[in-house]
Design a protein around this ligand. Structure first.
Ligand code: NJP
Length: 244
């Protein structure tokens, strides 16, 4: 059986692009997300091109569903924890705690659920890789970033702690932290479907990254020889100033 890569949030944007890259690199890809039609269509596209792809309806915030998925999976060599997103852009003073909770649920708890559930399979592979899609928002603060900044700092912390804990084991941990990526759905979800506000986000930075830029970075890091751990890749559009 071909080495298997599970990609969460594979129904759009960076996740779909990463699944395409990993399939082209020879992995059997398991395409996990909540929207069945999207993962089925991508699986059909990849299969038509001669790759191995399996659609998987999965809500990463549902621990029981994640455990059932892991129990049924025959092999996992690479896990790309990509499912995530932002909700709202209100200042901390007035943000809705429900939005913060939802962002923690998917970006932090979802990553924890899937990583814990698949760790036995990743160890059994003898050469496992966990990727955590964090963000530059996981490394700096910005106004209106609020719950997203906090949640992505959580994902960054999860990746760093896990890397230390797995040191000496056959599972490496890679964090990929992009700046602004033009994936459309990300900004639309953040602004609850308000297309004008979503468009304004992208207009604010000339030449944002595109999903393939991030997918290329993930695929490069994952395909390094097994003695190499790429701890952290930070990618940002040239027009987006680096903050330290
Ligand atoms: O966004 P989008 P991106 N269970 O909205 C899935 C980070 N990032 O590709 O479930 C399972 O196209 C959702 O699928 P569905 C960002 O934080 C982005 O830009 O079918 N899956 C969809 O496939 C995120 O971690 C930017 O709705 C769930 C996917 O997540 C990653 O990159 C910048 C789910 C979201 O795809 C991909 O985002 C940055 C759940 N409960 C970091 N909830 C950026 N775009 O600017 C959502 O620094 N999904």
């Amino acid at each position: 059986m071909a080495p298997t890569a599970v990609v969460t949030g594979a129904s759009s944007g960076i996740g779909a692009a990463t699944a395409r890259r990993l399939a082209a690199a020879g992995y059997r890809v398991v395409l996990a997300a909540r929207r069945a039609d999207r993962v089925e269509a991508l699986a059909a596209e990849l299969t038509d091109r001669g790759h191995q792809a399996v659609p998987q309806v999965l809500d990463v915030t549902d621990r029981a569903a994640v455990d059932a998925f892991a129990a049924a999976l025959d092999r996992c060599d690479v896990l790309v924890n990509n499912a995530g997103g932002a909700l709202g852009a209100d200042p901390v003073a007035t943000a809705d705690p429900a939005d913060w909770r939802a962002m923690f649920e998917v970006n932090v708890m979802g990553t924890l659920h899937v990583t814990q559930a698949l760790l036995p399979a990743l160890r059994a592979s003898g050469d496992g890789t966990v990727v955590v899609l964090s963000s530059t928002a996981g490394h700096v603060a910005y106004e209106g970033g609020g719950g997203y900044v906090a949640a992505k700092h959580g994902a960054h912390a999860l990746a760093g702690t896990l890397r230390l804990e797995l040191c000496g084991e056959p599972v490496r941990v890679i964090e990929v932290a992009p700046g602004m990526v033009r994936t459309d759905e990300f900004a639309l979800n953040r602004y609850r479907g308000d297309g004008d506000k979503a468009a304004a986000v992208y207009a604010g930075v000339a030449g944002p990254l595109v999903a393939d830029d991030v997918a290329d970075a993930v695929a490069w890091a994952v395909t390094r020889p097994s003695h190499v751990n790429v701890d952290l890749l930070v990618l940002r559009p040239r027009a987006q100033a680096a903050q330290h």
